[in-house]
Ligand binder design. Structure first.
Ligand code: AMP
Length: 190
């Protein structure tokens, strides 16, 4: 199994780059944001709960997010591995993910962290709002909140994987192809 965490602030390019990594390494892409948005579209109970947090740029509570993620992993028993995009976003989520994957003898291989400065993130998110239809991309106050939440709650997750020797920072500025090459080169060979 090759389990990769693609990490970085909102607008860093995780979704875009996941598509290439999935193709290159034959992995399953799990984006918690995408799963929440599918639940909102499907008007499920989970979607209703998640929407109130997402609209404000806050994190959906850990217990709900962790159990959703774990059942998604279990829904893909034949996967060669996963790209986790947007998860874990808190140290509690990281602890839960490690325990869950270690219990399946399939630990995280690496965390690849896209590094993009804050001005560029804001510009990218506002540009993405033109086509994404995401209300949380279109509102500068919500964008700032998402970046603040990232800095306060999510950034410490990098230290969690750095302590395990699994963290690699990758320059997230450049063409899509350049960044894909940097990411592929940073994946440890099995
Ligand atoms: P994203 O698509 O990754 O930008 O996520 C959009 C929104 O979904 C976030 O602002 C959060 O409200 C929620 N979300 C996504 N992933 C998580 C997570 N791992 N933990 C808590 N909330 C999440």
């Amino acid at each position: 199994m090759l389990n990769i965490i693609l990490f970085g602030p909102p607008g860093a390019g995780k979704g875009t780059q996941s598509a290439f990594l999935v193709e290159h390494f034959g992995l399953v892409h799990l984006s918690t944001g995408d799963i929440f948005r599918a639940n909102i579209k499907g008007e499920t109970e989970l979607g209703k709960l998640a929407q109130s947090y997402m609209d404000q740029g806050k994190l959906v509570p850990d217990d709900v997010t962790i159990s959703m993620l774990e059942s998604e992993v279990d829904n893909h028993p034949t996967a060669k591995g996963f790209i986790f995009d947007g998860f874990p976003r808190t140290t509690a989520q990281a602890d839960a993910l490690d325990a869950f994957l270690n219990g399946r003898n399939a630990p995280i291989a690496c965390m690849l962290a896209l590094d993009v400065d804050e001005d560029e993130l804001k510009a990218r998110l506002l540009a993405r709002a033109e086509t994404s239809g995401r209300p949380d991309d279109a509102n500068p106050t919500v964008i700032q909140k998402r970046i603040d939440v990232y800095n306060a709650e999510t950034a410490p997750v990098a230290g969690h994987y750095a302590e395990q020797g699994k963290y690699t920072g990758v320059d997230g500025i450049g063409t899509i192809e350049e960044i894909t090459e940097r990411l592929c080169a940073a994946v440890p060979s099995e």
